[in-house]
Design a protein around this ligand. Structure first.
Ligand code: CTP
Ligand code: MG
Length: 179
């Protein structure tokens, strides 16, 4: 019985620990960001910014760095079953953090093309970063990462955590809007 329960819990912990570099990369720019925009103020022929003032160079670099460090710290003390070896888990931390910020920027690109202003809520805000991170780490990761139940867990948890984290960041005075 006891060991049966243990086996049920282990995969859950594996799933949660996998998300560390992604969640740290996605949340840290709120604190680390600011300054020059990633798109250098470029406006496209549609009259909208390429990415907008919400995406800054410091936020991008800081998010990649913080997510990579967090993922590497986790990799130093724990072997993830979602990577074939320790080396790919360390490199994976960087790829997941980079994918998160690239997905976040891609989401802003699409938002601007849809005419939605920076800071306004959009359905892609909650999930785009996760999709791109998971897609980019594919060459490094073990196939079991992409089992439907695992993907469903990542998506469901992220859809709950993202609005909650934004609400708390707003209450804590870190973010201007609660989304
Ligand atoms: N941030 C940053 N650089 C990034 C991403 C985020 O500096 N690459 C900071 C900005 O201060 C931004 C805040 O984190 O306002 C919240 O991020 P997010 O909600 O992703 O940006 P928005 O301002 O909502 O802009 P967008 O509509 O383009 O998503
Ligand atoms: Mg936003």
């Amino acid at each position: 019985m006891f060991f049966g329960e243990m086996h049920l819990m282990e995969p859950l912990l594996d799933l949660l620990l996998f998300l560390i570099p992604i969640y740290v990369a996605n949340s840290s720019p709120v604190v680390l960001g600011g300054g020059a925009p990633l798109d250098f103020g470029l406006t496209l022929p549609d009259g909208k910014r390429l990415l907008g003032s919400g995406k800054t160079i410091r936020g991008f670099a800081g998010g990649v760095l913080a997510g990579t460090l967090a993922g590497c710290a986790a990799a130093a003390i724990y072997r993830s079953p979602f990577f074939p070896d320790a080396q790919s888990q360390f490199i994976g931390a960087f790829v997941l953090a980079s994918g998160t910020l690239l997905g976040d920027a891609a989401g802003s690109f699409i938002k601007r093309r849809c005419g939605i202003d920076s800071g306004r809520p959009f359905f892609l805000d909650t999930i785009m970063f996760l999709i791109v991170a998971l897609a980019l780490v594919w060459p490094l990761a073990s196939a079991r990462l992409y089992e439907p139940l695992n993907l469903a867990f990542f998506a469901a948890l992220t859809l709950v955590i993202h609005p909650l984290a934004n609400f708390l960041a707003n209450k804590a005075g870190l973010k201007k809007v609660p989304w």
